[in-house]
Design a protein around this ligand. Structure first.
Ligand SMILES: O=C(O)CCC(=O)C(=O)O
Length: 303
């Protein structure tokens, strides 16, 4: 796959910031043509929903694996310098794991609640990196915030979605039995029809602190994002997007999850996002590195 280079190299300072803070905004690294392709790709995905396109409570569409149904997003993923930027920060070979679209139309911009990404997926490792880009300017009041350093807290919180044993004990008990039998709760069929509430709200994981209510107690950082920037954040970091402000243009974001060499499979009771479809045929076992599934997750960039 032929990728084109970033506008500039990632600096040592940016690499250090990512590892210390758990997130870094890499400014002016993507040429304008990438933003054009991204815009086309997001509009195409928005106009062509599939079984993994989820309307969430406010006007917000989240698509899982949108590059699968948007040719322009596939081209963006495969040829833009995104993988290079991630790999330069990890200083290691990178594999693509999955992608998402967060399409917020003009009007009241929906916030995204505080959460951690790791607990949603059947993977674990310290080299899981999210690259978030936006087709539109996104000042701090509508872009991402993180709790600085929370990627090193060594805690996996309960995702705030899924079937709650407190409200549906029988349904939850049935899911619990399937999990104990070794099943992946979100099987390949979930790629046809999926919602954030097909999963299991795992009561064994600690509940997220109410960060929004106690903002002053946390070291929260955020950025004014401009198209051409790439925001990188760690898979374990606590993050959210601000919102509830009115604006005349959309906020169309695309986020891809990338994996370095230490990332491995881990079947989670809290899994909320299905495994990538071609992975199911491998019947992956806990602890297997993604390198064991090189046909599904080829190395896309190496130092
Ligand atoms: O863009 C958003 O509103 C949320 C993004 C996010 O949570 C993520 O990329 O993990």
């Amino acid at each position: 796959m032929q990728t084109s280079p970033a506008l500039r190299p990632v600096t040592q300072d940016e690499i250090d910031t990512f590892h210390t803070d758990g997130a870094v905004l890499i400014k002016n690294v993507l040429a304008p043509e990438w933003t054009e392709l991204l815009t086309e790709g997001l509009e195409y995905a928005q106009a062509h929903p599939d079984g993994m396109s989820a309307g969430v409570s406010m006007p917000l569409r989240i698509d899982q694996f949108p590059a699968r149904h948007s040719p322009q997003l596939a081209a963006y993923l495969n040829t833009s310098p995104m993988a290079e930027v991630v790999g330069s920060v990890l200083q290691a070979p990178v594999r693509f794991y999955m992608d998402q679209m967060f399409y917020k139309p003009p009007g009241r911009i929906a916030p995204s609640a505080w959460h951690q990404d790791t607990c949603y997926y059947n993977v674990d490792g310290h080299q899981l990196v999210r690259a978030w880009v936006c087709a539109d300017p996104a000042p701090r009041e509508i872009s991402l915030e993180v709790v600085r350093g929370s990627h090193l807290w060594n805690v996996t919180y309960r995702p705030p979605v899924g079937l709650d044993p407190a409200t549906d004990p029988e349904g939850a008990a049935a899911l619990e039995r399937r999990y104990a039998d070794g099943e992946i709760l979100l099987g390949p069929e979930s790629h046809e029809q999926w919602t954030y509430f097909d999963s299991f709200l795992d009561p064994s994981l600690p509940q997220l602190p109410n960060i929004e209510r106690a903002r002053a107690s946390f070291d929260i950082i955020g950025w004014d994002y401009e198209p051409g920037d790439v925001l990188l954040f760690h898979g374990h970091i606590l993050h959210s997007a601000r919102g509830n402000v009115d604006r005349s243009i959309p906020r169309r974001a695309y986020a891809a999850l990338w994996a370095g060499p230490d990332v491995h499979y881990l079947r989670r009771r809290s899994q909320a996002i299905p495994d990538p479809l071609p992975l199911y045929q491998h019947q992956p076992q806990d602890g297997q590195p993604l390198a064991d599934f090189a046909d599904v997750f080829p190395v896309v960039w190496s130092p």
